[in-house]
Design a protein around this ligand. Structure first.
Ligand SMILES: Nc1nc2c(ncn2[C@@H]2O[C@H](COP(=O)(O)OP(=O)(O)OP(=O)(O)O)[C@@H](O)[C@H]2O)c(=O)[nH]1
Ligand SMILES: [Mg+2]
Length: 216
């Protein structure tokens, strides 16, 4: 749920990167954070926070608030979260989705991860339903990640299969990408942000708009 802080004249919007374990969500955030820091040093309101388990897998969430542009005179602040993809962290994944305004689904292009992608999308739907929400209500952009591995001869799912498996019904914007080298990483985020902002504005102008105003 977008939060409006009237005192600081800020509208805060939450975007969550969702996807199976090791699909590249944290790698996306690290890339975005580094890029934005180069460009928007003075606009960064917080550090990238990552809590890791013993290995290199995310246990909790990362967040990256970035202030960008204005909506109706309000400064826009994007909060970007990743969820842990591993199944055992379902409770955390559910918590991170609380109040989500927009989603990026980072799918793993590895052939062997086909089932994991499908399963994770189903869990996403279930977790949104827990908050009385759905993919019809929350805008989403799909990212077909790890495309760079094709050059190394690693067997990948072709884009058509990914589209059919995951995006046949929603027909949401989608991008082949490589979080590792940055290919289409910012493009995916920009699309998700655009869709999210449009959806938040729409909800704001509706009488039953769900945005919450604080600090008035
Ligand atoms: N070749 C390649 N490797 C990638 C890409 N994106 C991520 N990786 C690698 O995949 C592994 C997992 O990446 P993470 O970003 O930690 O994945 P995650 O989705 O955050 O994983 P969880 O937090 O466990 O759900 C790491 O070794 C990354 O370097 C990519 O686009 N190409
Ligand atoms: Mg992670």
């Amino acid at each position: 749920m977008a939060v409006i802080n009237l005192k600081e004249k800020i509208i805060q919007v939450k975007i969550v990167y969702y996807g199976p374990g090791r699909s590249g969500k944290t790698t996306n955030l690290v890339y975005i954070y580094n890029k934005l820091q180069e460009k928007l040093k003075d606009k960064m309101t917080n550090k990238l926070i990552s809590i890791n388990t013993k290995g290199d897998r995310t246990l909790f969430f990362d967040f990256l608030p970035v202030e960008l542009g204005k909506i109706h005179g309000l400064d826009l602040k994007l909060q970007i979260y990743t969820t842990p993809g591993q199944l055992i962290y379902d409770v955390t994944r559910k918590l991170v989705l609380k109040g989500v305004d927009g989603l990026v689904f980072t799918a793993d292009s590895l052939l062997v991860r086909r089932e994991a992608n499908l399963e994770n999308l189903e869990i996403l739907k279930k977790n949104l339903a827990y908050y009385n929400s759905s993919l019809e209500e929350i805008p989403i952009a799909f990212q077909w990640n790890k495309r760079d591995l094709a050059e190394d001869g690693v067997p990948l799912l072709d884009i058509d299969t990914l589209e059919t498996d995951l995006n046949a019904v929603l027909k949401a914007p989608s991008f082949p990408a490589s979080a590792l080298n940055g290919y289409n990483v910012l493009k995916t985020l920009k699309m998700a942000a655009k869709l999210t902002i449009q959806s938040v504005i729409k909800k704001l102008v509706l009488p039953e708009g769900r945005a919450k105003a604080i600090g008035s």
